[in-house]
Design a protein around this ligand. Structure first.
Ligand SMILES: NC(=O)c1ccc[n+]([C@@H]2O[C@H](COP(=O)([O-])OP(=O)(O)OC[C@H]3O[C@@H](n4cnc5c(N)ncnc54)[C@H](O)[C@@H]3O)[C@@H](O)[C@H]2O)c1
Ligand SMILES: *[C@@H]1O[C@H](CO)[C@@H](O)[C@H](O)[C@H]1NC(C)=O
Ligand SMILES: *[C@@H]1O[C@H](CO)[C@@H](O)[C@H](O)[C@H]1NC(C)=O
Length: 322
């Protein structure tokens, strides 16, 4: 049924992201061993994963070819680090986003595993050169940055350390594709990787438009959710240009590049994101969605439910896929 039976992936850190990674690798038929430094945390992660897999199965949204029971049989938790690493060919670190914590866990990991084992970090904001600075042999180190929640949002940014071997990037790419994620490669490290650089560009211009009184918080969010976001769920900015002029991208540039450059040169400076303007924008947001636990969790549930539906839509009509 699948080729991965018996191969082991170790997950270090079993918070929000570690648990999601575990579910992703289980769906591909891998044996998954979880370790967490906080006593009892890995065991409670298993309970949580069981609950989620059973719910997903009921909803017909379980990923992979195995039943929830079969996937759970591949999962184990360990309070002892060497035991959690034994036999693994791939290690996905998902501990706190703290440089010193990451540096020290990777130094420790290196001491317990053979040279051929891939050391992969989930870091969102730290550069591979910093995260892996204490590792002696950095050739098998890589950042595999997921997007929350990875079970529905499949992108994984692969970011190499300057010393990472191309084979390590290739094998991580193949592994991610095998378990149904959508891996992309950065050729070199850069602050923010690709996803956050694009995301921050959108946030910055949205912020400036609201701050300058051009548009409301509610309406700038509609620009994305009812406008750009509709097609960005299926095609990116490059294909958008290619399809938006009769003869493709070159034609698009002939028609629109002067206008694009004019508009882009009118962009303001990087916002401060603090002080009175932040208070005003926060207030406008809270008038729409109050920032108490109840309202925020209701909106998060709505978001995850819609993402699930979108993941289903992207998965099933095969003829729509690129
Ligand atoms: N939450 C997100 O949206 C998101 C998205 C992409 C990437 N990430 C990255 O994933 C990583 C984990 O984030 P999270 O949201 O799951 O955090 P979290 O706080 O939910 O979980 C972190 C877990 O790591 C454990 N831990 C801490 N130090 C440890 C150690 N030395 N050894 C073993 N376990 C240890 C903690 O006990 C905790 O269970 C971070 O690097 C974060 O930047 C998060
Ligand atoms: C599920 O099975 C199909 C066909 O056998 C295979 O192509 C696919 O890779 C499998 N998916 C997973 C996640 O193992
Ligand atoms: C580093 O690890 C690679 C395998 O990833 C191995 O081929 C190489 O010999 C190692 N180098 C050193 C200096 O140990």
């Amino acid at each position: 049924m699948n080729t991965s039976t018996g191969q082991i992936v170790s997950i270090i850190g079993s918070g929000l992201i570690g648990r999601s990674w575990a579910m992703v690798f289980l769906s591909g038929g891998f044996r998954v061993k979880i370790f967490d430094s906080q006593p009892g945390q890995a065991a409670s992660a298993i309970q949580e994963i069981r609950k989620q897999l059973e719910e997903l199965q009921k909803a017909g949204l379980l990923r992979g070819n195995l039943s929830a029971v079969d996937q759970l049989a591949l999962l184990s938790c360990h309070d002892d680090l060497p035991q959690a690493l034994e036999g693994a060919f791939f290690i996905q670190e998902s501990v706190f986003e703290d440089l010193e914590v990451k540096q020290s866990i990777f130094q420790e990991l290196e001491g317990h595993v053979g040279e051929g084992v891939v050391l992969s970090s989930s870091t969102s904001c730290l550069l591979p050169s910093n995260v892996f600075s204490g590792v002696r042999n950095k050739t098998r180190c890589i950042v595999s940055h997921p997007v929350n929640p990875p079970y529905y949002v499949r992108l994984v940014e692969l970011v190499p350390h300057p010393e990472t071997l191309p084979e390590v990037v290739d094998c991580t790419h193949a592994l991610m594709a095998q378990v149904g994620q959508a891996p992309i490669r950065l050729m070199k490290e850069i602050d923010g990787f690709a996803l956050n650089r694009v995301q921050y560009a959108i946030i910055a211009e949205s912020w400036r438009l609201v701050k300058e009184g051009v548009i409301s918080v509610q309406d700038i969010d509609l620009v994305m959710s009812e406008g750009l976001g509709m097609r960005y769920a299926f095609i990116g900015p490059m294909e958008t240009m290619h399809l938006n002029a009769p003869e493709g991208l070159e034609d698009y540039l002939r028609r629109y590049s002067v206008g694009m450059r004019r508009v882009l040169s009118s962009f303001g400076p990087v916002p401060e994101f603090c002080g009175e303007e932040a208070e005003a924008i926060n207030q406008e947001m809270c008038d729409l969605i109050p920032n108490d636990k109840h309202h925020l969790s209701t909106r998060r549930e709505r978001r995850d439910h819609l993402l699930m539906g979108l993941a289903k839509l992207k998965k099933h009509p095969k003829q729509w896929q690129g």
